[in-house]
Design a protein around this ligand. Structure first.
Ligand code: ADP
Ligand code: MG
Length: 359
């Protein structure tokens, strides 16, 4: 008998790199994701296959360890290991992963694979962890097996999302709130298709800078400071560290404002915050790249586009755009044509409704 589980990708609407700073994020689950299908195997055998990469891996549950850096099956084995660390009993299994997400585009195909794996394993070897613990196990898998010290944004987003709603996450208390999205606007993702080298290294370096800033300010995390306070402390921090911290405080403040704008339906104001977020990525966090800047600047000039910013870690990947519902088709055509004209490749444009989380 075969079992399957599914988890969507996610897009970060606002709150860039705030998750590992105990901060605030708004996200949604996109209408594409990863399906994991398989069945139990005897003798602790594990057989993995990625349909997308046409790659396989075989081994034993008794001798699990991380494969080489960048190995795709690390994401699966990491989840196995982290579930077992949480006293989950697992036996052997075979699984195949198949995704409708672009992989490595900032839509978190990694968290989708982790979450779908955890949910699949729960079907064949039922266990009792609550969803937040499952999210934490998936995050830990990404830390220990994939070498990316990500926050919990991706895993919470793909496991907790609700259809037609944005997900607000407080990454300190792990309070999750679902905020209804109106029907007058849509979020449109534009995947640049570029992935700049050293992304994991840049990511971990940004995280270290944020931790250093908090330490120098005598705070537990950057969550505990504000832009005003940071401005007063400017001469106490090295310039680079100050800039990194300035991005995080601005992002936390923008998320807090955006929650209010969502509640009152002020989507123009929400969009303005998205543009400000991207400007801050460029000026303070330096996690953008020419292709993403081009997409955001182009979006700014298209009628009906209320906001645009890079979404996710940065250094390539995707932008997220807030577009009036009646302008989505022209927006998609115009931005694809402009990018094609400039870079000679057609970006994936995905007008997504907010989807439900993994199951
Ligand atoms: P993102 O999460 O934004 O898509 P990451 O670099 O964090 O980008 O994760 C992408 C990596 O996750 C891939 O390089 C691969 O190792 C793994 N991965 C994700 N989805 C799949 C899949 N369907 N099959 C195999 N590996 C996958
Ligand atoms: Mg990822």
């Amino acid at each position: 008998m075969s079992f399957s589980a599914y988890a969507p990708g996610r897009a970060e609407l606002l709150g860039n790199h705030t998750d590992y700073n105990d901060g605030l994020v708004l996200s949604l689950a996109v209408n594409r994701g990863t399906t994991v299908t398989g069945s139990p195997l005897p003798d602790n055998r594990i057989a993995l296959r990625s349909r997308d990469l046409s790659e396989t891996w075989e081994g034993s549950l008794k001798a699990i360890q991380p494969g080489p850096a960048e190995a795709w099956y690390n994401y699966v084995l990491g989840v196995v290991e982290e579930l077992r660390r949480r006293q989950v009993f697992l036996g052997g299994f075979e699984l195949e992963a198949a995704s409708t997400l672009p992989i490595g585009a900032g839509l978190s195909s990694s968290a989708a694979l982790e979450a779908a794996t955890a949910l699949f394993l729960k079907k064949i070897y039922p266990y009792e962890l609550d969803p937040l613990e499952i999210a934490k196990a998936c995050q830990a898998a990404e830390h220990t097996y994939a070498g990316v010290k990500c926050g919990l944004l991706d895993q919470i987003s793909v496991l907790f999302a609700k259809a037609d709603h944005a997900t607000f996450i407080d990454c300190r208390s792990f309070e999750v709130r679902h905020l209804p999205l109106g029907t007058d606007t849509r979020f449109v993702i534009v995947n640049s298709g570029v992935k700049h080298a050293l992304v994991a290294g840049e990511y971990n370096e940004r995280r270290a800078s944020c931790e250093q800033a908090a330490h120098l300010l005598g705070k537990k995390a950057l969550r505990d400071t504000t832009t005003a306070e940071l401005n007063d402390a400017r001469d106490r921090l090295p310039e680079l560290i100050w800039k990194r911290a300035r991005h995080i405080t601005g992002e936390n403040e923008r998320v807090a404002q955006a929650v209010g704008f969502l509640a009152t339906g002020h989507m123009d104001a929400f969009g303005k915050l998205m543009f400000e977020s991207h400007d801050s990525s460029v000026r303070h966090f330096e996690n953008s790249c020419p292709e993403l800047d081009f997409l955001v600047e182009t979006a700014r000039g298209i009628t009906g586009c209320l906001g645009a910013r890079l979404s996710g870690g940065g250094f390539g990947g995707a932008t997220i755009n807030l577009v009036r519902a009646d302008a989505v088709e022209t927006f998609a055509a115009d931005i694809a044509a402009a990018y094609q004209n400039r870079y000679g490749s057609t970006p994936l444009v995905l007008a997504t409704e907010a989807a439900a989380g993994g199951a």
